[in-house]
Design a protein around this ligand. Sequence first.
Ligand code: ACO
Length: 318
Amino acid sequence: MIRSMIAGVGSALPKRVMTNDDISKVVDTSDEWIRERTGIAARHIAAEGETTRSLATEAARKALAHAGLDASAVDLIVLATSTPDHTFPATATEVQADLGITKGAAFDVQAVCSGFVYALTTADALIKAGQASCALVIGSETFSRILDWTDRGTCVLFGDGAGAFVLKAADGEGGILASKLRADGRFMNKLYVDGGPSTTKTVGHLRMEGREVFKHAVANMTEVINELVASAGLTLADVDWMVPHQANKRILESIAKKLGLPESKFIVTLDKQGNTSAASIPLAFDHGVRNGLIRRGQIVMMEAMGGGFTWGGVLARY
Ligand code: ACO
């Protein structure tokens, strides 16, 4: 059976770091409040000229180098973002051009913070259907550009960055084992952007009811994790690493508690990166691989929840 193996991973972060103390010069907040409520200490913020496209291309190049592959091998790019360089074309096609690729397909998916699990599931399905043999799956965001920098309830939470996987079709065991995608549009007003091309003709700013999002995030992600291990014929004890979407330390603590898992099983990068939306899972995965935590053959659970609401997860053997 054809499977999608994770052949390489890479990531990119803007050079500029904005600490909580830096943010407290912009809005009425404090390092203590942000750390205590979220676990976030700093985030990277894109400078002028650093964009979703440029971060995505850098992450993709690193993932290809890690896989030992040339860009000419790639016949599919699926890029998850809610902050594209342009309303159209898809940022995926811009990355394709940067990498000199002229074959195959390239498109964006939009599922906000769940974007990477949606993109990974889509690429895996196309590989399994024989429509692609080598895919770049990218999560890239510049959320700093859609934040309301006068709203302390949201601007302290997010950061910019990108992460990428190279998926390769291979006959055998391992790779992506199971995935689940979910959405419930009744909750769109809990987390959304108040602008868009067809309504306001502007980009808009992020709006959120934090407490509601928190509650649903814990319940939805816990449910999907349990469904995923069951559908792969495994138990939670078989999972070596949890690589969750990095929104809030307290969300991760609640999930760990509900599942009865030690927090040491969770890869955490939100302290230094904040919530990078669709980029957070591949950024955390790359961090885990580069620091010798996630090793070949280990079972990794990736799960996320975001605006829509959308949520889901992917279980893989690295
Ligand atoms: N600094 C200081 N005070 C603040 C700040 C801030 N940055 N933000 C809000 N406050 C104040 C509020 O004004 C309020 O003051 P009041 O009591 O005088 O009215 C008080 O703190 C409590 O506000 P709440 O919003 O009730 O605070 P809460 O404990 O819920 O924490 C938070 C807010 C951190 C946003 C939390 O709800 C949360 O993390 N929710 C999850 C949201 C999230 O992670 N979203 C990311 C996108 S979705 C996803 O990725 C899963």
